[in-house]
Write a protein that binds this ligand. Structure first.
Ligand code: PMP
Length: 454
């Protein structure tokens, strides 16, 4: 039923009227028109299984009827800022949201995006500790605002402007590509939740990365003090990178010992996607002082939040702080519906079960193709790193990667792509994905790799 601007016209306007920095997926981009749960439809009515909805924020399903109904009902009543009046929804939602978080993480600041949330978290960490210097991991993505460009330690996202004053990057504990990778562990690859013999206390690569972080604290920080330490629970844009067992716990301990606060960026990993836990940081058994979230929180509706402890929140009381749309009634109605659906439809458990199945099948596919270098992830956040061949671990050349990617799209599945070398397929479907969709997607990936790689 599509009657809007033509495909050709859209391309022309995109080139001339929109930002030249826009990233458009595929040689022949898909012109999306409608979404229904785990599916996207293009303007010709062609259906795709959306294996990358998670990045574009959809968690419980495209246009989930309950979310749409909640937003529509609220839109009929009020869509306004509710930060200067009392309105029940922001209070109800803040209560429900903090119920999902452990310990003292009880005070919420609502924002409209993940970048805004991380901006605020950085600001809070600095105010609270009185220390400007902040750490993040190389290969991390925390947002693209000028303030955050420094935290986001991927050169592809950096502009040639001074950025990131006071931000120091520590080495990325990447077991596959890092200098102290799996080859130093007893098992070939040692990662959180991977089958491996290492116990957290014995993981050699973990300790080397923690030593490097502690060196950073000793040498680069004024009087050895640090303000904040930012980390995702699994790196998303960076290519679904999981840290060695126990790394995050030891890193948090080192930062806390120097008076710093730890910020868990849950923009991609929160809301049950990882299956075993509702929040990604819980999979590392750590207690962050500040948690940031967005994307899946609103199932496609632009919203984000920072949650912290009452003690840290107090520092924000020293001046006025206002966000016009943060926590608006429509966003809160949407957020509430998302939380209810995750619970009612057992989506967290579903992610654990279906994610394990998909991970296992992808692991098995390695025996068919030497160009599948690594398969990793947790729940329905999965990465497939493509290489020239497994023994060299050299990234698959960009043209081959692009051809496989294009082919998977032409055969009906939409995958994400990322990692420092752009050679990791990223899988983050709506959490309502079904086993049949997984089987179909695996078949498409198999046939696409065969077609391109011969
Ligand atoms: N943190 C992480 C981990 C992200 O993946 C992103 C977005 N890719 C952000 C923060 C920034 O979120 P937004 O695009 O909503 O500003």
């Amino acid at each position: 039923d599509y009657k809007g601007m033509s495909y050709e016209e859209t391309i022309k306007v995109r080139k001339t009227k929109l930002s030249p920095a826009l990233l458009t997926y595929y040689k022949q981009p898909v012109m999306v028109h409608q979404g229904k749960m785990q599916y996207l439809f293009d303007t010709n009515g062609r259906r795709y299984i959306d294996l990358f909805a998670g990045i574009v924020t959809v968690s419980v399903g495209h246009c989930h009827p309950k979310v749409t109904a909640a937003a529509t009902e609220q839109m009929k009543k009020l869509w306004h800022t509710t930060n200067i009046y009392l309105h029940p929804s922001i209070h109800e939602y803040a209560s429900k949201l903090t119920d999902t978080l452990p310990g003292d993480l009880k005070v919420v600041y609502f924002t409209n995006s993940g970048s805004e949330a991380n901006d605020l978290a950085l600001h809070m960490a600095r105010l609270y500790t009185g220390v400007f210097d902040t750490l993040s991991l190389r290969n991390a993505y925390h947002g693209a605002s000028p303030y955050l460009m420094g935290l986001t330690a991927l050169s592809t996202w950096r502009f040639n402007t001074p950025t990131g004053f006071g931000i120091h990057q520590v080495m990325n504990p990447d077991p596959y590509r890092g200098p102290w990778g799996g080859k130093h562990c007893r098992d070939s690859i040692c990662q959180t939740d991977r089958d491996c013999d290492c116990k957290p206390d014995e993981c050699i690569s973990c300790d080397l990365y923690v030593d490097q972080l502690e060196d950073g604290l000793r040498f680069s920080m004024p009087k050895g003090r640090v303000g904040g330490f930012f980390a995702e629970s699994i790196q998303g844009v960076g290519g679904t990178v999981q840290y060695p067992k126990g790394y995050l716990k030891k890193a948090y301990d080192a930062v806390h010992a120097k008076g710093g606060v730890c910020i868990s960026d849950e923009v991609q990993t929160g809301f049950g996607r990882l299956g075993s836990h509702f929040w990604g940081f819980e999979t590392h058994a750590v207690n962050p002082d500040i948690v940031t979230m967005a994307k899946g929180m609103g199932n496609g509706f632009p919203m984000g939040a920072v949650v912290t402890t009452p003690k840290i929140a107090e520092v924000m009381g020293t001046a006025l702080h206002f966000n016009t749309f943060g926590g608006n009634p429509v966003a809160c109605a949407v957020g509430m519906a998302v939380l209810e659906i995750i619970k009612e439809d057992n989506l967290q458990e579903h992610c654990a079960e279906l994610g394990s199945y998909m991970l296992k099948e992808l692991q098995n596919m390695k025996s068919e193709f030497t160009c599948i270098g690594d398969v990793r992830g947790k729940g329905l956040m999965i990465g497939v790193e493509m290489v020239e061949d497994r023994s060299s671990r050299k990234p698959l050349p960009a043209d081959k990667m692009a051809d496989i990617w294009e082919e998977t799209k032409d055969q009906g599945i939409l995958l994400g792509k990322g990692g420092f070398y752009g050679n990791t397929f990223r899988i983050k479907p709506p959490m309502c994905l079904k086993k049949d969709d997984v089987d179909f997607s695996l078949e498409v990936l198999r046939s696409s790799i065969k077609k391109v790689m011969g």
